[in-house]
Design a protein around this ligand. Structure first.
Ligand code: URA
Length: 269
């Protein structure tokens, strides 16, 4: 019996189950919470990581996120506000808050989807296999996060357990913090890596393969001018679909051209 259980556990690990979860994604925000407490209970034991079902955002948690984000006057305060925020159940299963990496005053801000297991352990975005590819892609156009040319963050600051897709509710509750992050960092250009940042910031419905490769604009009331934003393919997608690297390369060249166009102005400031 014991060896059967051990074998079943070993099989789950081999299939990539690295979190104890329920079979179906739960919308904890939709559950009746005790007064004054919306935080989800920890996930219980179950099968392999599920794909998330879309769930409606909770107005209460989103309003609290908006208020907390708006009250943050600096990036350090925003990070603190996120660390204190208990309106997103993802923090319960995450090891670390993953806020950002690179120089916040960098001209380019790249936004990914959410931390994977290595990012969760390190507390830094894009340090796993897709991060390594991202660094090589950026290096191919002469940009680097360590030289202060790129600032990197994610839509979600906590890892969705088992790397499942985030629910609409999780995205909605994290979005006010991301928008405040953009307002405080004031990048000159945005790169939206993958469908989640592209759709959630641009309000688009199409998939990333349709959205990519064209400059859009992100207009925020707190900023004087809209920020040019380039949706592109996520490095994790490129690892699974190497044939798409050609499109990613074309997007990188678009980014480099726009960046070069800004250099004279950046040198003046
Ligand atoms: N994928 C992302 O979108 N972000 C990370 O930080 C890591 C992987």
């Amino acid at each position: 019996m014991r060896s059967e259980l051990g074998a079943a556990l070993a099989l789950q690990l081999a299939w990539g189950a690295d979190e104890a979860l329920e079979e179906d994604a739960q919308d904890r925000f939709a559950e009746a919470a005790p007064a004054g407490r919306e935080r989800a209970p920890s996930a219980r034991a179950g099968g392999p990581a599920p794909q998330a079902a879309p769930a409606a955002p909770s107005g209460g948690a989103v309003a609290r996120a908006e208020a907390a984000a708006a009250a943050a006057g600096t990036l350090a305060a925003l990070r603190e506000a996120l660390a204190r925020f208990d309106g997103c159940a993802l923090r319960e299963t995450a090891t670390n808050l993953v806020f950002a990496d690179g120089d916040p005053s960098a001209p380019v801000m790249l936004i990914g989807e959410g931390p994977g297991s290595e990012e969760d352990r390190a507390g830094l975005p894009f340090v796993g296999p897709s991060g390594k590819l991202l660094d090589r892609m950026l290096a191919s156009i002469g940009l680097s996060r360590v030289r202060g040319e790129i600032y990197i963050t994610n839509v979600l600051p906590w890892r969705p357990p088992g790397n499942r897709n985030p629910t609409d509710a999780e995205i909605a509750v994290c979005l006010p913090f991301l928008i405040r992050h953009i307002v405080l960092a004031r990048p000159r250009l945005l790169v939206l890596a993958g469908g989640v940042p592209a759709r959630s910031l641009l309000g688009a419905r199409e998939g990333i393969t349709r959205l990519r490769g064209r400059w859009r604009e992100l207009a925020l009331p707190e900023l004087e001018a809209p920020i040019p934003a380039l949706p592109t393919l996520h490095p994790a997608y490129l690892l699974r679909n190497p044939g798409a690297k050609r499109d990613a390369w074309s997007d990188l060249l678009m980014l480099r051209r726009r960046y070069d166009g800004m250099l004279p102005q950046m040198r003046q400031n």
